[in-house]
Design a protein. Structure first.
Length: 444
């Protein structure tokens, strides 16, 4: 039954994408972020659902009458384009392009659909829909993981969907933490009391599941995010008390084995996993001096560790977005990667500064603020995980860049939906009523 349900939803989304290709972007991101097919047990598990979403979106892109398409909507997209070009050069002139092709092909598909999404998204409808798709997808997984953590008393380790970017417990823990601020943003847009409470429970379940992943990087990430939230709160005293109580309850629930694992951060010299990371970081740092273009998508080669790591027998993946990019694509690749996220952060800052001046755009300030909190979590937790090409941060970039253009062009003046449009009823989407006269324009 689960297999039929997933394929039915994919088929319905693909058909809708033929007429409204932005729906295909949402379908692609649902499949990429949540990976619902990986939660099935039969024929849907390996079904080409992502390929179906991509093809339907591209066909819809060719058929659409919307002529506002342009993927290059700001500095972040320019840096992303340059990063993709440099990344491709690193692969093509790397140590083993043939062996690395599978990873390059996987990554290039992610970035290609980012550009497709940027070409199609230009309205508040699109931004809110993407926020609900991303936060809702991981929120549901967080509820599942949170219930598992409670049922096992914190003794069982929470894992992500198999065969995905976030399959490992560490990656999954960070994914849930990055999701919590997005859920908070959506909660801020709701007027329904029960809707707000449902999202509060979802955020708590995500936090419990993140702790249940027993990831030390996830703990550092949620600590950094909590500090930012507390600092930006209207009442730091009240906020501090609420945060402290929540932390005590959640951490107090975890067993001694969880506490013992978290305490290993103080004695990293005795931890094999930590020393493996240090070995990989030294390898990446030295590689960047000897291979200006980078080595491709696999820097964890025994022959490279033998030359460039002080611990040659400890061959280990980078487990850091920064050293992952440095080892794969060299100093230029890392510079482009960092410039990309600095530009994204500046877009969020711009929204926080300029949006409150306009009543119709105040939600944009909330988005900028909460996205920055998510980015802090990703920047801190990502320092210990190999997630440089993971979808969700780039989806956050899409939301911020599209929203900034929407504010700059006064999108609220043109975004008027017919009253019968089903997406008008999207929670948190406040759209002005259609005028009694004049031509109505949809938000395709």
């Amino acid at each position: 039954m689960r297999d039929f349900l997933v394929l039915a939803l994919v088929a319905a989304g693909a058909l809708a994408a033929l007429r409204h290709p932005w729906v295909g972007v949402m379908l692609w991101n649902w499949v990429s972020v949540m990976n619902p097919h990986r939660l099935t047990y039969s024929f849907a598990y390996n079904a080409p659902v992502a390929q179906t979403a991509a093809i339907a979106t591209l066909v819809g892109l060719l058929l659409t009458k919307d002529r506002r398409m342009s993927p290059m909507k700001g500095a972040p997209m320019t840096y992303l384009a340059l990063f993709v070009v440099w990344m491709t050069l690193s692969w093509a002139f790397g140590l083993d392009p043939q062996d690395d092709f599978t990873q390059w092909n996987k990554v290039i598909k992610v970035f290609f659909m980012i550009f497709v999404g940027m070409a199609l998204m230009h309205s508040k409808t699109h931004v809110m829909a993407l926020a609900w798709v991303c936060a809702g997808s991981l929120g549901l997984l967080g509820i599942k993981g949170g219930l598992f953590t409670i049922a096992t008393g914190g003794g069982g380790r929470v894992w992500g969907p198999p065969g995905t970017f976030i399959a490992d417990n560490n990656e999954f823990g960070l994914a849930l933490i990055v999701t919590i601020p997005l859920l908070r943003f959506l909660q801020m847009q709701l007027t329904s009391f029960w809707g707000k409470q449902a999202l509060t429970v979802t955020m708590l379940m995500c936090a419990a599941a993140a702790l249940g992943s027993q990831s030390r990087g996830a703990l550092l990430a949620i600590s950094a995010m909590t500090l930012v939230l507390w600092w930006r709160g209207k009442s730091r005293f009240v906020g501090g008390v609420l945060i402290a109580v929540t932390a005590v309850v959640l951490i107090g629930f975890m067993p001694d084995t969880w506490t013992d694992r978290m305490n290993t951060m103080k004695t990293y010299e005795d931890d094999g996993s930590a020393m493996g990371r240090i070995s990989a970081w030294w390898n990446a740092w030295n590689l960047a001096f000897h291979y200006p273009l980078g080595v491709g998508f696999n820097a964890a080669r025994p022959e490279l560790f033998a030359r460039f790591s002080p611990y040659p027998d400890d061959v280990h993946a980078a487990h850091s977005i920064y050293f992952q990019v440095l080892g794969n694509h060299g100093f230029v690749g890392l510079a482009l990667y960092l410039a990309l996220w600095i530009a994204v952060w500046r877009s969020a800052t711009w929204l926080r500064k300029h949006s409150p001046k306009t009543p119709e755009a105040r939600w944009c300030a909330d988005l900028g603020s909460m996205c920055q909190v998510s980015l802090v979590g990703f920047a801190v937790g990502g320092a210990f995980l190999s997630l440089a090409y993971w979808d969700l941060p780039y989806n956050i970039m899409m939301m911020l860049v599209v929203t900034r253009v929407w504010v700059q062009t006064k999108g609220w003046e043109r975004e008027i939906l017919p009253s019968g449009s089903w997406w008008r009823r999207l929670p948190g989407l406040a759209v002005p009523p259609a005028p009694p006269q004049g031509k109505l324009r949809d938000a395709r």
